[in-house]
Design a protein around this ligand. Structure first.
Ligand code: NAP
Length: 278
């Protein structure tokens, strides 16, 4: 069994990225909008800020109170869309229920949508066009590419169909000629399906959900799940019992997680290039 080491790959991508951004005559600009004080969101924003600062990006963290109106939020997003020094904008999810997350997300210019979650960018992804792609699925593809694990013709089983992970990953896999099965909470005989996977990607959010009997010998297993337990972070895969069956597996932490933030930084560069071309 070999480890898919997200930390190592992240460092390599960071180094390449540093060389690319040295050629640009101004700092790249990333804005993260946060509504309310959700502690987990604050941790994620801080992670983004740290990596942005490391790369010399201009990072702005705009905080709104929990009771902000949708109108005020949309006005701010519109101002940022029109600010030439802002290359990428993202709204940290989740946002309070009185705000329509779809409306807020779609207010971001597709050129600056570094989370790749606007309907336009999602649509382009489904159509196989070049576009800004959600960071976690992009990170999964990048990790596989680094380890020269070709997906073409392989049976890829994805467990979890969220807009953030499962659905865009299914599109990326299809665009790269994999045969994809996308499973969710209503899938029947899940173990029978997961066992047939050449590559199994799990994004469910339930600690140790994938057990030894659900994985075929020699499978590549990518664990996207992150749950915070009393004794630390835990993935969706029962790593101790599953890893010996795999050809490759991601650890948690240190697998997909480190890839996600660095993909965001890559997306900011892509967003900059998009806007230069338009
Ligand atoms: P989500 O929106 O809650 O989606 C979870 C998916 O799992 C849903 O599609 C759900 O099915 C499915 N599911 C739930 N129970 C199931 C079951 N018993 N059998 C089969 N499928 C089941 O979660 P998410 O945002 O995709 O995140 C998933 C996990 O990845 C979380 O732990 C999250 O923290 C982690 N994550 C990590 C990163 C990273 O950077 N590493 C980034 C994003 C997310 P239904 O659609 O039928 O409800």
């Amino acid at each position: 069994m070999k480890l898919l080491d997200g930390k190592k790959v992240k460092e390599k991508i960071l180094n390449d990225l540093k060389k690319e951004i040295e050629k640009i005559d101004r700092p790249l600009g990333l804005v993260v909008i946060q509504v309310g004080e959700d502690p987990a969101s604050s941790v994620y924003v801080r992670q983004k800020e740290k990596m942005a600062e490391l790369l010399g990006y201009t990072f702005r963290h705009i905080k709104f109170p929990e009771d902000v109106t949708e109108k005020d939020l949309l006005i701010e997003i519109n101002n940022l869309n029109n600010d030439d020094l802002v290359d990428g904008i993202l709204v940290q999810m989740p946002i309070p229920k009185h705000l329509n997350a779809k409306v807020v997300q779609n207010a971001i210019s597709p050129y600056k949508d570094v989370d790749g979650l606007t309907d336009i960018n999602m649509g382009k992804l489904v159509h196989g066009e070049d576009t800004l792609v959600p960071c976690t699925p992009k990170g999964v593809m990048s990790l596989l590419k680094y380890y020269k694990i070709d997906v073409e013709g392989k049976h890829v089983v994805i467990v979890g169909r969220s807009d953030l992970v499962g659905k865009p990953l299914a599109s990326l896999m299809i665009n790269n000629h994999a045969t994809v099965t996308l499973c969710h909470s209503r899938s029947r005989d899940l173990a029978k399906i997961t066992k047939k996977a050449d590559i199994l990607v799990v994004a469910v959010g339930k600690p140790k959900f994938i057990t030894e009997d659900m994985v075929g010998d020699g499978a590549v297993v990518i664990d996207v799940g992150i749950s915070r337990l009393e004794n630390g972070l835990c993935g969706d895969v029962d790593y101790d019992n599953v890893s010996s069956k795999c050809s490759y597996i991601t650890p948690v932490p240190g697998g997909v997680g480190p890839m996600t933030v660095v993909m965001l930084m890559l997306n900011v560069l892509e967003a900059y290039k998009n806007q230069m071309g338009n």
